[in-house]
Design a protein around this ligand. Structure first.
Ligand code: CMC
Length: 392
């Protein structure tokens, strides 16, 4: 229409009203349902934060127990879904395995997929929260040829995930409480971030009344891109590359500034934050404690610290307000925990799941929601007549 304006990348376009997450990008503020991320990261746990995001309030003791128990009852996968993992090549990237398995998961619950039936939405919420860690662990086990471990419901969600990922049936797996705490905190920090690319995808797909499983599956695909969640593995690959070429940070920064081969400083920059990403500030502290734990210091950490310092003093980054984002230090922690690079974005997906669910539910419940259907400014040919192939 005549008054349609184009907004490439939706830089200035709000797609919805939302009461879930608040960001002030200039001040570096992030709050879930009004609670500062710093307080949640220090005092809450992932299950409680998931409850907060989805239902809007912190739970009472009874509500939290009930929520935890309902999740606990649904951690196993249908045995037939286990067979699904065999359809992928051994070296398949776990992100498409994860998103495919989430779509497939919905097919096991075909009688409870109605987006407008509150009970269906509720059970789908619980199933997704309970089963995504199991799916993620199985995707990993498949990639290294180890047997799948059933969940152990004596354990918390995070403990269970670590055991199913790193444990084997032949021996006991000793759960390291520091690792559980660090992972739980990372999941909290990733749990929501208002209308980012994957969340907007979940909402857009859901706006066509696609079910929760399919909407979340689409979100996982969006997250896999290196400009979004895939940045956490791209950071590690970048640091590895710098180390392999002798650790020359200056040459790398020059390349970035000259935009040689489109090289970017991965883990830097953000559409909304024009200040230090508050999540990165928290994660940097965790990096110090986890990476110094056994007295072993990863040489990649030194490169990351040098890169950050070098960038923060450089006019290119200062002028463009580019600061470390959530992905800059997470990869180093995941690596120290024993995760291969391929799994980093899967961990992001596990963290973001409650946010996707909360946003999808808010969208479905909002009477003002319409199917997402952007317009365009047409730039193609004007009308012309078809010519026969012999005359072209
Ligand atoms: N390294 C070098 N230059 C950069 C970077 C970077 N990481 N990020 C932005 N710029 C430059 C960009 O080239 C542009 O320069 P110019 O004005 O000369 O053309 C300017 O800064 C503005 O950038 P933009 O691309 O217009 O900004 P955007 O809001 O469209 O993109 C971003 C945001 C996150 C995609 C981008 O900063 C980026 O690609 N960063 C690296 C990937 C990354 O770390 N992604 C994770 C984001 S946070 C978590 C998540 O969403 O998953």
């Amino acid at each position: 229409t005549g008054d349609t304006t184009v907004d490439i990348g939706f830089v200035n376009t709000a797609s919805c009203n939302s009461a879930i997450t608040y960001i002030d990008g200039d001040a570096g503020i992030l709050r879930y349902r009004g609670y500062p991320i710093e307080q949640l990261a220090e005092k809450s746990n992932f299950i409680e934060t998931s409850y907060l995001l989805i239902y809007g309030e912190l739970p009472s003791t009874a509500e939290l127990e009930d929520f935890t128990e309902r999740i606990r009852q649904h951690t196993m996968l249908h045995e037939d879904l286990k067979a699904f993992f065999n359809g992928f090549p051994r070296d398949a990237h776990p992100m498409p395995v994860l998103s495919s398995a989430v779509s497939a998961l919905g097919t096991f619950y075909q009688d409870s997929l109605d987006p407008f039936d509150k009970e269906h939405v509720e059970i789908s919420t619980i199933r997704l929260l309970a089963k995504l860690p199991t799916i993620a662990a199985y995707a990993y086990k498949k990639s290294i040829g180890q047997p799948f471990l059933y969940p152990d419901n004596e354990l918390s969600l995070t403990e269970n995930f670590l055991r199913m990922t790193f444990g084997v049936p032949a021996t006991n797996y000793d759960i390291d409480p520091d690792m559980v705490k660090a992972l739980d905190q990372l999941l909290i920090l990733h749990a929501d971030h208002e209308q980012n690319c994957s969340t907007s995808t979940v909402r857009l797909v859901g706006s066509a009344h696609a079910n929760l499983f399919n909407s979340v599956s689409a979100g996982i695909h969006a997250l896999s891109g290196p400009l979004h969640g895939g940045a956490n593995s791209a950071v590690l690959e970048m640091l590895d590359g710098i180390l392999e070429t002798g650790g020359d940070v200056d040459t790398f920064v020059k390349k970035v500034k000259n935009k040689e081969d489109g090289v970017k400083l991965m883990g830097f920059g953000h559409r909304v934050y024009k200040n230090y990403d508050p999540r990165a500030a928290i994660i940097k502290k965790t990096t110090d404690s986890i990476l110094g734990k056994d007295g072993v210091r990863d040489p990649l950490l030194d490169i990351a610290l040098q890169l950050e310092q070098r960038a923060l003093e450089d006019d290119y980054f200062i002028e463009r307000k580019l600061y470390p984002n959530v992905d800059f230090y997470t990869g180093l922690i995941y690596k120290a925990m024993g995760f291969p690079t391929k799994m980093f974005t899967v961990l992001f997906a596990m963290g973001r799941l409650p946010g996707w669910i909360a946003q999808w539910r808010e969208m479905i419940e909002d009477p003002e929601t319409k199917i997402g259907r952007p317009r365009q400014i047409y730039t193609g040919a004007t009308e012309r007549d078809y010519t026969a192939i012999s005359g072209r």
